[in-house]
Write a protein that binds this ligand. Structure first.
Ligand code: ATP
Ligand code: MG
Length: 228
Protein backbone atom coordinates (compact mmCIF):
# COMPACT_ATOMS: atom_id res chain seq x y z
CA UNK A 1 0.00 0.00 0.00
CA UNK A 2 1.32 3.44 -0.92
CA UNK A 3 2.18 6.08 1.63
CA UNK A 4 0.29 9.26 0.82
CA UNK A 5 1.53 11.55 3.54
CA UNK A 6 4.30 11.46 6.07
CA UNK A 7 5.18 13.78 8.93
CA UNK A 8 8.60 13.40 10.54
CA UNK A 9 9.01 15.06 13.94
CA UNK A 10 7.09 18.12 12.85
CA UNK A 11 7.00 21.15 15.08
CA UNK A 12 5.28 24.51 14.86
CA UNK A 13 6.59 27.09 17.25
CA UNK A 14 5.12 30.56 17.70
CA UNK A 15 6.91 33.33 19.58
CA UNK A 16 4.70 36.23 20.58
CA UNK A 17 5.65 38.94 23.07
CA UNK A 18 8.67 36.96 24.22
CA UNK A 19 6.54 33.86 24.90
CA UNK A 20 7.10 30.66 22.97
CA UNK A 21 4.21 28.32 22.24
CA UNK A 22 4.63 24.94 20.61
CA UNK A 23 1.32 24.50 18.78
CA UNK A 24 2.72 21.21 17.44
CA UNK A 25 5.58 19.77 19.45
CA UNK A 26 7.10 16.89 17.48
CA UNK A 27 4.59 14.62 15.76
CA UNK A 28 5.38 11.61 13.59
CA UNK A 29 2.62 10.32 11.37
CA UNK A 30 2.31 8.05 8.35
CA UNK A 31 -0.84 8.07 6.28
CA UNK A 32 -1.44 5.16 3.92
CA UNK A 33 -3.67 5.09 0.88
CA UNK A 34 -7.25 4.39 1.92
CA UNK A 35 -6.78 5.41 5.56
CA UNK A 36 -9.63 7.06 7.42
CA UNK A 37 -8.12 8.90 10.38
CA UNK A 38 -9.83 11.06 12.96
CA UNK A 39 -7.93 13.59 15.04
CA UNK A 40 -9.40 14.57 18.37
CA UNK A 41 -8.15 16.53 21.36
CA UNK A 42 -9.01 19.50 23.56
CA UNK A 43 -9.35 23.02 22.19
CA UNK A 44 -5.91 24.51 21.64
CA UNK A 45 -4.18 21.13 21.52
CA UNK A 46 -2.89 21.78 18.00
CA UNK A 47 -5.34 19.92 15.73
CA UNK A 48 -5.83 22.71 13.21
CA UNK A 49 -2.12 23.51 13.22
CA UNK A 50 -1.30 19.84 12.59
CA UNK A 51 -3.80 19.62 9.73
CA UNK A 52 -2.45 22.81 8.16
CA UNK A 53 1.10 21.43 8.36
CA UNK A 54 0.06 18.10 6.82
CA UNK A 55 -1.76 19.97 4.05
CA UNK A 56 1.13 22.36 3.39
CA UNK A 57 -1.02 25.41 4.21
CA UNK A 58 1.59 26.12 6.87
CA UNK A 59 5.25 25.18 7.07
CA UNK A 60 6.71 23.48 10.13
CA UNK A 61 9.41 25.30 12.12
CA UNK A 62 11.18 21.91 12.39
CA UNK A 63 10.72 18.47 10.88
CA UNK A 64 9.60 17.33 7.46
CA UNK A 65 6.35 16.76 5.59
CA UNK A 66 6.41 14.35 2.64
CA UNK A 67 3.53 14.33 0.19
CA UNK A 68 3.34 11.34 -2.15
CA UNK A 69 6.97 10.60 -1.29
CA UNK A 70 8.18 14.11 -2.07
CA UNK A 71 9.86 16.10 0.68
CA UNK A 72 8.28 19.56 0.80
CA UNK A 73 10.86 21.06 3.16
CA UNK A 74 13.03 22.71 0.54
CA UNK A 75 10.28 23.40 -1.97
CA UNK A 76 9.60 26.94 -3.11
CA UNK A 77 6.16 28.53 -2.80
CA UNK A 78 4.99 27.71 -6.32
CA UNK A 79 5.92 24.02 -5.98
CA UNK A 80 4.05 23.92 -2.67
CA UNK A 81 1.04 25.59 -4.32
CA UNK A 82 1.08 22.91 -7.00
CA UNK A 83 1.24 20.09 -4.43
CA UNK A 84 -1.70 21.63 -2.56
CA UNK A 85 -3.74 22.03 -5.70
CA UNK A 86 -3.17 18.50 -7.03
CA UNK A 87 -2.51 16.24 -4.04
CA UNK A 88 -4.57 17.64 -1.20
CA UNK A 89 -8.24 18.54 -0.78
CA UNK A 90 -9.46 20.71 2.06
CA UNK A 91 -12.85 20.85 3.74
CA UNK A 92 -13.34 23.60 6.31
CA UNK A 93 -15.81 24.26 9.10
CA UNK A 94 -16.46 27.66 7.52
CA UNK A 95 -17.10 26.35 4.09
CA UNK A 96 -15.80 29.40 2.17
CA UNK A 97 -17.66 28.88 -1.08
CA UNK A 98 -17.48 31.85 -3.43
CA UNK A 99 -20.87 33.56 -3.05
CA UNK A 100 -21.18 34.91 -6.59
CA UNK A 101 -20.46 31.54 -8.24
CA UNK A 102 -22.97 28.73 -8.65
CA UNK A 103 -22.46 25.40 -6.89
CA UNK A 104 -21.20 23.94 -10.16
CA UNK A 105 -18.77 26.83 -10.72
CA UNK A 106 -17.45 26.53 -7.17
CA UNK A 107 -16.62 22.87 -7.83
CA UNK A 108 -15.01 23.76 -11.16
CA UNK A 109 -12.78 26.48 -9.71
CA UNK A 110 -9.88 24.28 -8.45
CA UNK A 111 -9.84 22.54 -11.84
CA UNK A 112 -9.72 25.89 -13.60
CA UNK A 113 -6.73 26.83 -11.43
CA UNK A 114 -5.12 23.53 -12.42
CA UNK A 115 -5.61 24.32 -16.11
CA UNK A 116 -8.26 21.67 -16.83
CA UNK A 117 -10.23 22.46 -20.00
CA UNK A 118 -13.81 23.71 -19.81
CA UNK A 119 -15.51 20.58 -21.14
CA UNK A 120 -13.65 18.21 -18.84
CA UNK A 121 -14.15 20.50 -15.86
CA UNK A 122 -17.83 20.67 -16.52
CA UNK A 123 -18.17 16.92 -16.83
CA UNK A 124 -16.13 16.18 -13.71
CA UNK A 125 -18.01 18.79 -11.62
CA UNK A 126 -21.28 17.23 -12.79
CA UNK A 127 -20.11 13.78 -11.69
CA UNK A 128 -19.00 15.08 -8.30
CA UNK A 129 -22.28 16.91 -7.71
CA UNK A 130 -24.03 13.66 -8.57
CA UNK A 131 -21.83 11.67 -6.16
CA UNK A 132 -22.73 14.09 -3.36
CA UNK A 133 -26.42 14.04 -4.29
CA UNK A 134 -26.35 17.70 -5.34
CA UNK A 135 -27.09 17.56 -9.09
CA UNK A 136 -30.38 19.36 -8.64
CA UNK A 137 -28.65 22.29 -6.94
CA UNK A 138 -25.92 22.81 -9.56
CA UNK A 139 -27.13 26.28 -10.53
CA UNK A 140 -27.84 27.53 -7.02
CA UNK A 141 -25.53 30.03 -5.41
CA UNK A 142 -24.20 29.25 -1.91
CA UNK A 143 -26.67 31.71 -0.33
CA UNK A 144 -29.51 29.69 -1.84
CA UNK A 145 -28.34 26.45 -0.23
CA UNK A 146 -28.73 25.06 3.28
CA UNK A 147 -25.61 24.68 5.43
CA UNK A 148 -25.52 20.93 4.84
CA UNK A 149 -25.90 21.41 1.09
CA UNK A 150 -23.12 23.99 1.12
CA UNK A 151 -20.86 21.54 2.92
CA UNK A 152 -21.61 18.87 0.32
CA UNK A 153 -20.52 21.39 -2.34
CA UNK A 154 -17.43 22.01 -0.20
CA UNK A 155 -16.68 18.28 -0.27
CA UNK A 156 -17.27 18.08 -4.02
CA UNK A 157 -14.88 21.02 -4.47
CA UNK A 158 -12.23 19.31 -2.33
CA UNK A 159 -12.42 16.28 -4.64
CA UNK A 160 -12.18 18.30 -7.86
CA UNK A 161 -8.55 17.56 -8.73
CA UNK A 162 -8.75 13.98 -7.47
CA UNK A 163 -6.39 14.56 -4.53
CA UNK A 164 -4.64 11.70 -2.77
CA UNK A 165 -5.95 12.86 0.58
CA UNK A 166 -8.80 14.99 1.92
CA UNK A 167 -8.13 16.98 5.09
CA UNK A 168 -11.22 18.19 6.90
CA UNK A 169 -11.15 20.53 9.91
CA UNK A 170 -14.36 20.12 11.93
CA UNK A 171 -16.45 19.80 8.77
CA UNK A 172 -19.61 19.17 10.78
CA UNK A 173 -18.87 21.76 13.47
CA UNK A 174 -21.50 24.25 12.30
CA UNK A 175 -24.22 21.73 11.48
CA UNK A 176 -27.11 20.31 13.48
CA UNK A 177 -26.72 16.67 14.47
CA UNK A 178 -28.94 15.28 11.71
CA UNK A 179 -27.14 17.22 8.97
CA UNK A 180 -23.79 16.36 10.55
CA UNK A 181 -24.70 12.65 10.31
CA UNK A 182 -25.55 13.10 6.64
CA UNK A 183 -22.20 14.76 5.92
CA UNK A 184 -20.42 11.98 7.83
CA UNK A 185 -22.22 9.44 5.63
CA UNK A 186 -20.78 11.25 2.59
CA UNK A 187 -17.27 10.91 4.00
CA UNK A 188 -17.77 7.26 4.97
CA UNK A 189 -19.09 6.43 1.48
CA UNK A 190 -16.16 8.19 -0.18
CA UNK A 191 -13.74 6.17 1.93
CA UNK A 192 -15.51 2.82 1.61
CA UNK A 193 -16.58 2.93 -2.04
CA UNK A 194 -13.82 4.98 -3.61
CA UNK A 195 -10.95 4.30 -1.21
CA UNK A 196 -10.61 8.03 -0.62
CA UNK A 197 -7.96 8.75 2.03
CA UNK A 198 -9.40 11.01 4.74
CA UNK A 199 -8.10 12.86 7.77
CA UNK A 200 -10.80 14.49 9.79
CA UNK A 201 -10.50 16.76 12.84
CA UNK A 202 -13.51 16.58 15.09
CA UNK A 203 -14.79 17.25 18.60
CA UNK A 204 -17.62 14.76 18.13
CA UNK A 205 -16.86 11.29 19.57
CA UNK A 206 -19.46 9.72 17.24
CA UNK A 207 -17.65 11.13 14.24
CA UNK A 208 -14.35 9.98 15.69
CA UNK A 209 -15.76 6.47 16.07
CA UNK A 210 -16.51 6.30 12.31
CA UNK A 211 -12.82 6.39 11.52
CA UNK A 212 -10.66 3.28 11.36
CA UNK A 213 -7.81 5.09 13.10
CA UNK A 214 -8.32 7.64 15.86
CA UNK A 215 -5.54 9.90 17.01
CA UNK A 216 -5.79 12.01 20.15
CA UNK A 217 -3.43 14.93 20.55
CA UNK A 218 -2.72 16.91 23.67
CA UNK A 219 -0.40 19.92 24.02
CA UNK A 220 0.83 19.46 20.47
CA UNK A 221 1.86 15.85 20.99
CA UNK A 222 0.37 12.54 20.02
CA UNK A 223 -1.32 11.31 23.19
CA UNK A 224 -2.61 7.97 21.94
CA UNK A 225 -3.90 6.19 18.89
CA UNK A 226 -6.60 3.54 18.55
CA UNK A 227 -7.54 1.30 15.66
CA UNK A 228 -11.02 -0.11 15.09
N1 ATP B 1 -0.83 32.04 14.32
C1 ATP B 1 -0.64 31.74 15.60
N2 ATP B 1 0.17 32.49 16.39
C2 ATP B 1 0.38 32.17 17.68
N3 ATP B 1 -0.16 31.09 18.29
C3 ATP B 1 -0.96 30.31 17.57
C4 ATP B 1 -1.24 30.58 16.20
N4 ATP B 1 -2.07 29.62 15.73
C5 ATP B 1 -2.30 28.78 16.77
N5 ATP B 1 -1.64 29.20 17.88
C6 ATP B 1 -1.65 28.52 19.19
O1 ATP B 1 -1.35 27.15 18.99
C7 ATP B 1 -2.14 26.31 19.80
C8 ATP B 1 -2.88 25.29 18.96
O2 ATP B 1 -3.86 25.94 18.18
P1 ATP B 1 -4.84 25.14 17.18
O3 ATP B 1 -5.65 26.15 16.48
O4 ATP B 1 -4.02 24.23 16.35
O5 ATP B 1 -5.71 24.30 18.21
P2 ATP B 1 -6.97 23.33 17.92
O6 ATP B 1 -6.64 22.02 18.56
O7 ATP B 1 -7.31 23.35 16.49
O8 ATP B 1 -8.11 24.04 18.77
P3 ATP B 1 -9.72 24.09 18.49
O9 ATP B 1 -10.26 22.76 18.89
O10 ATP B 1 -10.18 25.19 19.41
O11 ATP B 1 -9.93 24.43 17.05
C9 ATP B 1 -3.04 27.23 20.59
O12 ATP B 1 -2.50 27.40 21.89
C10 ATP B 1 -3.02 28.53 19.83
O13 ATP B 1 -3.19 29.63 20.69
MG1 MG C 1 -9.00 23.99 15.39
Amino acid sequence: MATILEARKIEKKYTLGGQTVYAVAGIDMTVEEGDFISIMGPSGSGKTTLLNLLGCIDRPTAGRVLVAGRDTTEMNASDIDRIRLHNIGFVFQRINLIPILSAQENVELPMELAGVGAAQRHRRAGELLDTLGMSRRAHHRPGQLSAGEQQRIGIARSLANNPGVILADEPTGNLDSKTAALIMDCFKTLNRDRGQTLILVTHDPDVGASAARSIVIRDGRLDFETFS
